[in-house]
Design a protein around this ligand. Sequence first.
Ligand SMILES: *Cc1c(COP(=O)(O)O)cnc(C)c1O
Length: 396
Amino acid sequence: MSSKVLTQFLQANLQDLKDKGLYNEIDPLESANGPVITIDGRELINLSSNNYLGLATDPRLKEAAIEAIQTYGVGAGAVRTINGTLKLHVELEETLARFKNTEAAIAYQSGFNCNMAAISAVMDKNDAILSDELNHASIIDGCRLSKAKIIRFNHSDMDDLRQKAKEATQSGLYNKVMVITDGVFSMDGDIANLPEIVKIAEEFDLITYVDDAHGSGVLGNGAGTVKHFGLSDKVDFQIGTLSKAIGVVGGYVAGKRELIDWLKVRSRPFLFSTALTPGDVAAAKKAIEILMDSSELQQKLWDNANYLKKGLKQLGFDIGDSETPITPCIIGNEVQTQQFSKRLNEEGVYAKAIVFPTVPRGTGRVRNMPTAAHTKEMLDRVLEIYGKVGKEMGII
Ligand SMILES: *Cc1c(COP(=O)(O)O)cnc(C)c1O
């Protein structure tokens, strides 16, 4: 028999979410997560993945994974420090360090895990963290886990950051102060003002931490936002994920050798959770090699993104001020946004509605993630459908 308290809690809260239209029904894909996906037997043009470069289904990655599985099997067998470190893990980390232009790197099982691991390995209750108010949930949770004082600054507001950095460092209350930001903010597609953040950090001796989950593979000739601004030797923690543009799964920190050595002895997901599987590691390494070798996929991604943005703008949609391929189509009203996404789906486009509380009230949007794998024909079809639904609903 299950607990009455639990049953009441679940039923009441699930119903509450459903009443408010905030309960998310998950659609299982019957196909690979490519530019076209199959759901319920219907083919849809997919504008909702983070598979920016189409690498999730790239034959070169599949081949690398299959080969690694043939050699090493499907599981790493243990945590990294016991005997789960395969030669492959070390090779991946060396490749990541070259990719990010740092002395060393450490891989984790996911980007989320990486933020759980890295922040609390260095920060504790005698420290403070300056955190952009729009930082990703995993950064927020990682900060909480560290027990450091969390001081939020207004989104990309450098005056606010400077003021709070000054207060925190001059208060005498904290041993260390860190500033943490996303490299690219995933809801609006804007880029963090890293040159100014680094300047403020130098002024007040802050530890710098940039989570570039949406920038790697996209900006800085593929190496990400930090490289984009030429700051590779000025950011202490460069966090990335292997699950978005890289197309596989996993996360990493790139930085100075001493930092990585410390994380290997002090970060708990590294010490207490089984290592990434051989197939994942080999595929991720292959992806990074492809990125370092050629900018063809990034070029294609940006071409497609610019094409889609131009088309949506010409149709009369509000696409915000994104500086990256992330292309929000801002509708405003929450109910209308959901309805818009539903109509797109019925017409053959899979683009999810994002509404409060993920974004501020009244700024509901359908978020489009064009990728290198889309063809011009697919994007033309998308624009046609956007035009049709937009007119039908009186949005354009
Ligand atoms: C997606 C994302 C993560 C989580 O990465 P996973 O590898 O999917 O766990 C972490 N940080 C940011 C900023 C992200 O956008």
